[in-house]
Design a protein. Structure first.
Length: 276
């Protein structure tokens, strides 16, 4: 009623009104905005067990102007960060909601510990992207220290999904110093215009994988058969070191890219500061 939850009792028994406190969630420097169920849950301690609170899946509860009203008592906050290999970094925090008081709780998603090592190295000079009839190497297209390469088939659903996955994170990608390179396999030139139908990062290059030099160079590092495993997504530095490689469609690739970018660039800043 009027945006507020009301308690109902169909047995007509008197129900004591619970004591209420307030919870304000804040986003603590995460590469993506935490979403309920996807990145964290909140549980209320009742009868010796923590019961997850029901909020819409994907709800962004952090940094809202109006705090959340909760029953006074003991709670837990469980966060989870899915890594590229499918494993999850989780963390549990316990907190208390007191009657009539505001509790402020930062949500900080765990980051992959240590320095992320490259999984392979590309020969960027041998990888040519055909633009306007001219073939240019990926090394000459480098902007900034890092790039994301997406090799996709515009006719196939898995490739369409990866393009859709990038849309929700355009603002973050546009603030990033690197660029995206979109490559379409030879023979698919007629579908090159499909990129214009998707909301994509502003800093991008697109063209044709001339004579399959891009696919062949990636296959030399990560094995054959990749033509049948599109889309391919790679995050690499200007020397060709690859820090993320993905073949076939994986859910949440836009988010995964942001996480890897955050870790790799943070490590680079630490190295730079130590070298001074």
């Amino acid at each position: 009623q009027k945006g507020e939850w009301l308690r109902c009792d169909f047995d007509n028994k008197a129900v004591a009104k619970p004591e209420i406190g307030l919870l304000k969630l804040t986003d603590k420097g995460n590469p993506v905005t935490p979403q309920y169920y996807l990145h964290y849950t909140i549980g209320f301690l009742k009868d010796g067990f923590y019961h997850s609170l029901e909020f819409p899946e994907g709800e962004k509860l952090t940094n809202q102007k109006k705090p959340i009203e909760l029953e006074a008592g003991h709670y837990d906050l469980v966060t989870g960060t899915r890594l590229e290999d499918g494993s999850v970094l989780s963390q549990m925090t316990f907190f208390t909601i007191d009657k009539g008081k505001l509790t402020t709780l930062p949500i900080e998603l765990r980051k992959q510990p240590g320095e992320m090592q490259p999984s392979g190295k590309l020969n960027l000079d041998s990888m040519n992207l055909e633009k306007g009839g001219n073939a240019v190497s990926l090394s000459s297209l480098a902007v900034g220290n890092y790039s994301v390469l997406v090799v996709f088939d515009p006719d196939k659903e898995p490739s369409k999904h990866i393009l859709n996955d990038l849309g929700p994170y355009i603002d973050q990608f546009n603030q990033w110093g690197g660029q995206f390179v979109f490559a379409i396999p030879t023979g698919k030139e007629a579908q090159a215009e499909v990129l214009k139908t998707y909301p994509l990062p502003a800093k991008k290059q697109s063209g044709i994988d001339a004579n399959s030099t891009i696919i062949n160079a990636i296959s030399a590092v990560y094995g054959g058969g990749l033509k049948d495993k599109l889309p391919l997504v790679l995050f690499y530095d200007q020397t060709g070191n690859v820090y993320l490689f993905s073949s076939g469609y994986k859910i949440g690739m836009g988010e995964q890219l942001l996480k890897v970018i955050s870790v790799v660039e943070a490590n680079q800043k630490i190295k730079a500061s130590c070298g001074k």
